[in-house]
Ligand binder design. Structure first.
Ligand SMILES: *[C@@H]1O[C@H](CO)[C@@H](O)[C@H](O)[C@H]1NC(C)=O
Length: 364
């Protein structure tokens, strides 16, 4: 009886310790990752000691079944008590070690808002077959997005905003068939939007503003049924606005401000699902289409700083809702219509045109 009990307790003991321990190779990879970083204020890596990296290592979690490291979640701005105690947000220098690519079961890698991390995105990151989330926002990462990023077939979130990335958007990126959220804002990315961007059929947010992206807006984007938020502002995009953008089922926010776009506003955009439209600071011309109606619902519509001429469209008063409207700095002329929404708009919405008159400007 005693020996049975002994065997039983040995089995229980080994099972428990297997659950608790992370593979030595994962632990070594994490320690190499830590060694390339320097976090002077909070001590987030102080807990990275001992053999069991799956328990109580700050920001690390493991898969329940494989006991392999599955998530690294290190955010420099968070509600965690570690930040409240220190009364500050995070700051970290160093670089992301390629040793991280030895964590071959990694599903999510978040190293966000540390402000001082430099170096490149390790190229080998594209060999992590289970990676779903790559979030490196808010550092000083330079170099290019790895050319073969398209290998990450499970990737749903790619967020590298607020860094110093250069180079082009890799053509292979359009092969990320599970990508839902793409955020490349505020880098120094140049070159065109790949013409096959429309292949990203799961995409709901595409945020590319604040780069040096040139060329025209590919009409293939209109094929992305789920696209709700398209932000291409503050780039060097030229050419025409594809009229099909006004035919998209759920596109709610379209920011194309601060580019080099020309031609007319597609009339489709003014009666579409889009409720936030910013076309400010381009070289758009012609009349503003007089097509507003029941299906026009705009929280904000900003057409300022273009070359529009002709009158303020009378049909604006037929729109369901116009919250904020800005037509300033164009070449509009004529009498501003009366009634809603004009009653609640201020003079600043109409200023700096060629010859507009009537409320809220001077009388005609
Ligand atoms: C539209 O974009 C311009 C230029 O980037 C910006 O100044 C303006 O505030 C934006 N308008 C709205 C309504 O957000």
């Amino acid at each position: 009886m005693k020996s049975v009990f002994t065997i039983f307790s040995v089995v229980v003991f080994t099972t428990v310790s297997a659950v608790n321990s992370c593979p030595p190779s994962d632990r070594a990879a994490l320690l190499a990752f830590k060694a390339a970083l320097h976090e002077p204020h909070l001590g987030i890596f102080n807990s990275w000691t001992g053999t069991d990296c799956c328990h109580n290592w700050y920001g690390v979690s493991c898969d329940q079944e494989t006991h392999r490291v599955a998530d690294i979640n290190l955010r420099g701005e968070s509600e965690d008590p570690i930040f409240e105690r220190a009364h500050r947000t995070g700051f970290m220098t160093g670089f992301i070690s390629p040793e991280i690519c030895k964590l071959t079961r990694l599903s999510s890698l978040t190293i966000a808002d540390w402000k001082g991390i430099t170096g490149q995105i390790p190229k080998c990151i594209t060999t992590l077959p289970f990676l779903r989330i790559l979030d490196l926002i808010g550092n000083k990462i330079s170099g290019e997005i790895p050319a073969d990023i398209g290998r990450l077939k499970r990737l749903t979130v790619l967020n590298v905003a607020d860094n110093q990335l250069t180079g082009r958007i890799p053509a292979s990126l359009t092969g990320l068939s599970n990508l839902m959220h793409l955020d490349l804002r505020n880098n120094k990315i140049s070159g065109p939007i790949p013409s096959r961007a429309g292949d990203l059929s799961m995409l709901s947010r595409a945020l590319l503003s604040g780069n040096l992206i040139s060329g025209s807006i590919p009409a293939s984007l209109c094929r992305i049924y789920r696209l709700a938020d398209l932000d291409l502002s503050m780039n060097k995009l030229s050419g025409l606005i594809p009229p099909c953008l006004g035919k998209m089922a759920v596109l709610a926010t379209l920011n194309l401000d601060c580019n080099l776009l020309m031609g007319k506003i597609p009339a489709t955009l003014l009666t579409s699902a889009v409720g936030n439209l910013n076309l400010s600071r381009n070289a758009l011309e012609g009349n503003i289409p007089d097509v507003f109606g029941r299906s026009s619902y705009f929280t904000a519509i900003d057409l300022s700083h273009n070359k529009f001429k002709g009158p303020v469209p009378r049909s604006l008063s037929a729109a369901s809702y116009i919250g904020h409207l800005d037509l300033s700095y164009n070449h509009l002329c004529g009498r501003i219509p009366a009634g809603e929404p004009f009653n609640h708009l201020e003079a600043s919405s109409f200023m700096y045109n060629d010859c507009l008159c009537g409320k809220p400007l001077r009388a005609c």
